[in-house]
Design a protein around this ligand. Structure first.
Ligand code: ZN
Ligand code: ZN
Length: 205
């Protein structure tokens, strides 16, 4: 976190997200708002195992807030990234058999009290004359605005049918026929001669 981030007054859960992510930014706030809304709607606790699953349709800053608040993390198989470049997220609860999708259907438009400053800074960024401070201030205005406004002004929420995602595969590993390194059997590729190789070796041979 930067010194400026440290001095900001922010809720403890947001602070944990910022510490994990490394900085505060509008993208992180999108994820923070989605995670909080999913927790509220489905009364979720942080996922200790795989009972909460997040499907993120981008690989942006927002994903980190979901990892911190929902426990849907890369190493556990309950974070699925479909990199469609969309600010959209589906959060599923296995125990409640419920799922919600949150997506954005409107362009971001600042509606806070510093509209004049926001427009001036945004114009400076657009025409390439913005200083580092200008960029930081623009981000700060956007962050504060995204934290303050009602959730439904930012995201459209849809309850979706619960389609249980597969649990993380606990697949046995086998040595690759070429490099000898242990590789999950399901990820191996069959070579022309019938031997099994890891993906990088299969692409080289
Ligand atoms: Zn970020
Ligand atoms: Zn190999």
């Amino acid at each position: 976190m930067t010194v400026a981030d440290n001095k900001r007054k922010m809720p403890a859960d947001l602070k944990r997200c910022v510490e994990f992510h490394g900085h505060i930014c509008p993208g992180l706030i999108y994820g923070y708002r989605v995670a909080k809304e999913a927790i509220r709607l489905m009364n979720l606790g942080r996922a200790v195992d795989e009972e909460v699953v997040a499907v993120c349709e981008n690989d942006s800053c927002a994903v980190d807030a979901l990892q911190v608040l929902l426990g849907t993390v890369a190493g556990k198989g309950n974070l699925i990234i479909k990199d469609f470049g969309k600010n959209a997220y589906t959060v599923l609860s296995r125990s409640k058999r419920q799922a919600y999708r949150f997506s954005r259907k409107t362009r971001y438009d600042y509606n806070g009290k510093d509209k004049g400053a926001f427009d001036r800074l945004e114009a400076a960024v657009t025409n390439g004359t913005a200083s580092e401070d200008d960029r930081r201030n623009l981000k700060r205005l956007k962050v504060d605005n995204l934290l303050a406004r009602p959730f439904e002004e930012i995201f459209t929420t849809t309850e979706v049918s619960f389609n249980e995602p597969v649990y993380a595969q606990l697949a046995p590993s086998e040595p690759c026929a070429i490099c000898g390194e242990m590789t999950m059997a399901v990820k191996m590729v069959k070579l022309g001669d019938g031997r099994q190789a890891c993906i990088p070796c299969s692409q080289k041979s």
